[in-house]
Design a protein around this ligand. Structure first.
Ligand code: URA
Length: 210
């Protein structure tokens, strides 16, 4: 597994406002969307392309276009939905799949309640999006499902990560073609599985409800 922390003043600025508990839901959604677009720019640095011959108004030339099969963007429901627009803004031709996962707040174990994506992901680059890499349980389960379906290159885009979650990902996904792109790795997880200092419950802050 490869970890990429995006070091950019605009990323740091937007993340600071997201963390602030006084930031209301509409502002939180807008900033999360902007932050995802910046992270998506870094996350797609290795997106596959193929040669394309075109004519400009002046001359024939050769450029690149995204290859087939098209990339797949998979938000993890519920909070990952708030990151979908930011991803497809940069990858408008991507297909979109959905994974519904919920974390048991006592055991912190993740379970899947809905799956909607192609059965066969062979040869696909997949971008899985979820705001918080906390214990790592949800993302590990999601990525294992993608790899089981044949995905050969998975990038997880998260707003924030905890060192504990990064360690779990490194252990459970050792030797797999997985990259994690994040705006920051915070200090730690608290006893309730929240990232410290973090930004609270990302889903609640986005949607204003539990
Ligand atoms: N999920 C969240 O929304 N926030 C955390 O801090 C951890 C998990």
């Amino acid at each position: 597994m490869r970890l990429q922390v995006v070091d950019h003043p605009l990323v740091a600025h937007k993340l600071t406002t997201l963390r602030d508990k006084r930031t209301d839901s509409p502002t939180f959604r807008r900033l999360a969307d902007e932050l995802v677009t910046l992270l998506a720019y870094e996350a797609t640095r290795d997106v596959r392309t193929e040669q394309a011959d075109i004519e400009t108004p002046v001359a024939a030339t050769t450029g690149v276009k995204l290859s087939h099969p098209r990339p797949l963007v998979v938000p993890i429901l519920r909070a990952g939905l708030g990151m979908l627009d930011g991803m497809v803004r940069l990858l408008p031709t991507a297909e979109v799949g959905f994974l519904g996962m919920v974390r048991n707040e006592e055991t912190l174990e993740a379970s899947t309640y809905a799956t909607r994506m192609p059965e066969d992901l062979s040869g696909r680059q997949v971008y899985v999006v979820d705001p918080m890499l906390a214990t790592g349980g949800t993302l590990v389960a999601a990525i294992q499902e993608l790899i089981k379906r044949g995905a050969d290159d998975v990038t997880a885009v998260v707003l924030l990560a905890a060192p504990e979650g990064v360690e779990v990902m490194e252990r459970e996904l050792a030797g797999t073609p997985v990259t994690v792109v994040t705006a920051a790795v915070d200090e730690r997880l608290n006893e309730h599985g929240y990232i410290v200092p973090g930004l609270g419950d990302a889903g609640d802050r986005m949607y204003g409800s539990a």
